[in-house]
Design a protein around this ligand. Sequence first.
Ligand SMILES: Nc1ncnc2c1ncn2[C@@H]1O[C@H](COP(=O)(O)OP(=O)(O)O)[C@@H](O)[C@H]1O
Ligand SMILES: [Mg+2]
Length: 397
Amino acid sequence: MTHSLNILLVSRRKDVLDHLEQVLVAADFAPSRQHNSNGHVDPLHGVDPMPDLVVLHLSHLWREELEAMAALPPDRRPALIVVGPASDVNVMRLAMQAGARDLVPDTQVKADLLQAVQRTHEERRRPTKTAAGRISVFMNAKGGCGATMLACNVAHVLAARSKQRTALLDLDLQFGAAPLYLDLYPKRGIAQALENLAGLDEVALDGYFAKHASGLNVLSHAANEPLTASNISSAAVTQLLNVALRSHEHVVVDMPRCVDPMTTAVMQRAHQVVLVLQQSVTAVRDATRLVQWLRAEVGVAKDQLCVVINRFEKGATVAVEDIQNALGCNDATLVPNDFKSVSECINSGTALLDYAGNASITRAVMTLETRLGGTSAQTRSSMIARTISSLLPGRTR
Ligand SMILES: Nc1ncnc2c1ncn2[C@@H]1O[C@H](COP(=O)(O)OP(=O)(O)O)[C@@H](O)[C@H]1O
Ligand SMILES: [Mg+2]
């Protein structure tokens, strides 16, 4: 059966169009072709209606071709895959500005192009849940309580186990460490994405994400960015969240502990706020003040607030009941202390699920993920039930 993705192949060379067409037809796509001859540098000259996806083979006029693509208004811009000199930094930069989701080297057309097209096809087939998309914001009550560790691992489980299209936004633009937890070193980051806010749509935003093998998309400050004062406006962060929500089912935010217009704007858009603390008097004191702010100033409802007691110890002086009484909640999620697993995961940039899928800390992360809208804990318990029932005597296979 032919796939329904509406693809347009564009090139100034007929032999290239023949080849691209052949590759895609063999994989059951039915692309159309646009053979641009002299005179027009706009690859989409005269194209109407717009296709779902453009595969653009760059010519010697690559700069003009990509500039014409970048000039398209976001709501008219189709998904774009560029075929050309992928190792040329200038081409790469301009392709990103044009919103290209992939840059396929001429030499690798067959394998890489098919993969890129199939990815676009898959994304189009899965409905975008704009209305149902969730934002979960993680904030610690005190530095070092474990908010980043939990935000990264919950986001990873959402993507890897629950197969939700998930984005992780690290909004600590100065010292954010989320990419390090996942061994990612983003070349571009939030500051670059916001420089082009007017043209920021989901296709353009995709170019700013660092991609984890699990499918998780991570947006943070760029790895080599010098330290500067952070000044994202509440309007800019709200637009960033809106665009991220259009292409993701779940947006997890790792938020710096700070009360300002930007954090307030994010909290107001959040479906759930995860407040991470440990069993210490100082953390409980600060958590109490944060809960007051969230409830009274931000308007977070009681059932939107999820309290997590991290590095939980049974015999600790500050007991779970004390914390729950102080914060006015009765359903705190407990995450055990596991220094060895956590520090080895951080040092090697490995997610807990990949490092120790059955450890009790990973199970606690899965419980939290499921509380926030994932399905990993349910999948796990039905898997266990199936395994046990298959071991029962008398069961025939
Ligand atoms: N459940 C846990 N068990 C053991 N160590 C933990 C746990 N959670 C966090 N840590 C440790 O605490 C440190 C701080 O965690 P992090 O997530 O960066 O905190 P925050 O983002 O709240 O400042 C990490 O380096 C990690 O070693
Ligand atoms: Mg942190």
